[in-house]
Design a protein around this ligand. Structure first.
Ligand SMILES: [Zn+2]
Length: 140
C-alpha cells in the first residue's frame, strides 16, 4: 500500500494544471519498504524533454542529484516520480514504457482534461520491465 497526503494530491493537480498543455514532472520523496510506502514530499522539475512537451517529459537530472544529496542522511529517499498526461488518460504510454528502466521507482501519472486535473494513478514496473502494473494508494 502507498499512502499519500491529500495536500500532495492537490499539489500534483496544481502542477499538472499549471503546466498544461505541457506535461509537468518531478520527484516523489518518501519512506518505507516497497510494499508499504509513504509519500512525504513532491518536488517539481522543469520538463527538459527535447521535442513535444505535451507528450514527453524529462526530469532535470540536476534536481535528482541535489535531492539525493540533501536526503543522504535522512530516512527519506527518492521513491518515484510523477508526470501528467494532458488530454490523455492516467495510464502509462508506450513512450513511458520505453523510458522505464528503474524497477524500484513508482510512477504517478496525473490526467488533465481541458486544463483541469482528472485523477492520479500510480504504477510500478513488473519484474521483467515489460509492463506497468497499477498499485493502490490511500489518501490520508
Ligand atoms: Zn506518460
Amino acid at each position: 500500500m502507498i499512502c499519500i497526503q491529500e495536500t500532495q494530491i492537490l499539489t500534483l493537480n496544481k502542477y499538472a494544471e499549471t503546466e498544461y498543455p505541457a506535461e509537468c514532472c518531478g520527484l516523489l520523496i518518501g519512506r518505507g519498504t516497497q510494499d508499504n510506502l509513504n509519500i512525504d514530499e513532491i518536488i517539481q522539475s522543469p520538463n527538459i524533454a527535447k521535442g513535444n512537451k505535451s507528450t514527453l517529459f524529462e526530469i532535470d537530472p540536476q534536481i535528482r542529484l541535489n535531492t539525493q544529496r540533501r536526503l543522504r542522511n535522512s530516512p527519506q529517499r527518492v521513491i518515484g516520480h510523477f508526470h501528467s498526461h494532458p488530454d490523455a488518460p492516467s495510464s502509462p504510454s508506450p513512450t513511458d514504457l520505453s523510458m522505464a528502466f528503474e524497477a524500484e521507482l513508482i510512477w504517478a501519472i496525473v490526467s488533465v482534461k481541458n486544463s483541469v486535473a482528472n485523477g492520479t494513478r500510480i504504477y510500478r514496473l513488473d519484474i521483467n520491465r515489460h509492463n506497468f502494473y497499477e498499485i493502490n494508494y490511500k489518501v490520508i
